[in-house]
Ligand binder design. Structure first.
Ligand code: NAD
Length: 310
């Protein structure tokens, strides 16, 4: 089937694109390359360099007529959402609404959306969080990511559009930006490979749920065969891992010799969050298959190889 992937030049989106193409789907990518890269683009996909906020987006829908939209384009940096909440809302709310309006006008059958389980629940009342946990984000990004979930619900009630919301945990793996502000695995791997001092914000005991990107891509593929409806699913291992544990594991894999530097915790960060994904697992048979150690090794190997290539 023809699937339009927004953010398909980014970290997660490009891994989703590769898997969809591998399974014989026809893929169209819309990405403005603000954080995405040409080198992530699969040449078998049709690529449009465009901002999701652009009024020209409808021309792409008119021409391509996708059956499914997989929406990954976003401002995805918590710190930037705190520093520049207007930009965050512009991309994540207005941009998403523009994509959704095009999907409605051009009768897209299903809308798959990458939301954020790490931020929409805020500081959890219980752990691991399931989908019924109250929504109480403590950063602007969590709020704007949730807003699109609300629009999807409205569009289902009003227009009958099928949708799948995935609330992602901390996704890591090949192509995550090692120079970015988000994604501790990629950042630490990059710093260790350049033998730079690694900085841990806060005491490093903040807990997260780390899922390897291939497992997330597989969930996006499985979503295509869900029966008509509106679904909200957490993805996650249900297991907490703290930042110091990630540092120690990467230190071992990369044979890094320095100690970490600790700096003050950053505004808008949740202390502990890990997700119960039993609902999606039970309904579809999906499982996060890649163990943390295996995923970290694959990630380090990817960065080693791309450093040689570049
Ligand atoms: P990323 O920055 O690598 O990917 C985002 C992509 O969207 C990039 O290719 C970027 O160029 C594109 N983009 C951004 N603004 C755009 C705009 N205005 N118009 C067109 N394209 C635009 O980030 P990622 O980690 O791959 O995140 C992908 C999605 O998953 C995002 O929606 C993010 O909120 C969500 N998510 C990610 C994580 C994670 O752990 N990485 C966790 C929860 C949710």
């Amino acid at each position: 089937m023809k699937i339009l992937v927004t953010g398909g030049a980014g970290f997660i989106g490009s891994n989703v694109v590769d898997l969809l193409l591998h399974h014989g789907h026809d893929v169209v990518i819309v990405d403005n390359l603000v954080t995405g890269r040409y080198s992530n683009l699969n040449p078998a996909a049709t690529f449009y360099q465009l901002d999701i906020r652009s009024s020209n987006l409808s021309q792409i829908f008119e021409k391509e007529r996708p059956e499914v939209v997989n929406h990954h384009a976003a401002q995805m940096d918590v710190r930037r959402s705190v520093a520049d909440p207007l930009y965050d809302a512009d991309v994540n709310v207005k941009g998403s609404l523009n994509v959704l309006e095009c999907a409605r006008k051009y009768e897209v059958r299903q809308f798959i959306y990458a939301s954020s389980g790490g931020t929409v629940y805020g500081e959890p009342q219980y752990l691991p969080c399931d989908e019924s946990h109250p929504i109480q984000p403590v950063c602007q990004y969590g709020g704007t990511k949730y807003m699109t979930e609300l629009y999807l619900y409205m569009y289902r009630v009003m227009y009958g559009m099928d949708y799948v919301v995935f609330r992602y945990p901390n996704v890591y793996g090949p192509r995550q930006d090692p120079k970015g502000e988000a994604g501790v695995v990629a950042i630490f791997t990059g710093q260790m490979s350049r033998d730079e001092t690694v900085t841990i914000h806060g005491d490093g005991l903040q807990e997260r749920d780390f899922v390897y990107v291939d497992d997330v891509a597989e969930a996006n593929r499985i979503a295509l065969s869900l029966p008509s409806g509106g679904y909200v699913y957490n993805l996650g291992t249900g297991q907490p891992t703290n930042v110091v544990q990630i540092f120690d594991a990467l230190k071992e894999i990369t044979s890094y010799s320095k100690n970490a530097l600790f700096s003050p915790a950053r505004l808008g960060e949740t202390r502990r969050i890990y997700l119960n994904s039993t609902k999606f697992q039970t309904e579809t048979g999906w499982k996060p298959k890649t163990s943390l150690m295996e995923g970290l090794k694959k990630t380090v190997e990817f960065f080693r190889q791309t450093e040689i290539v570049n």
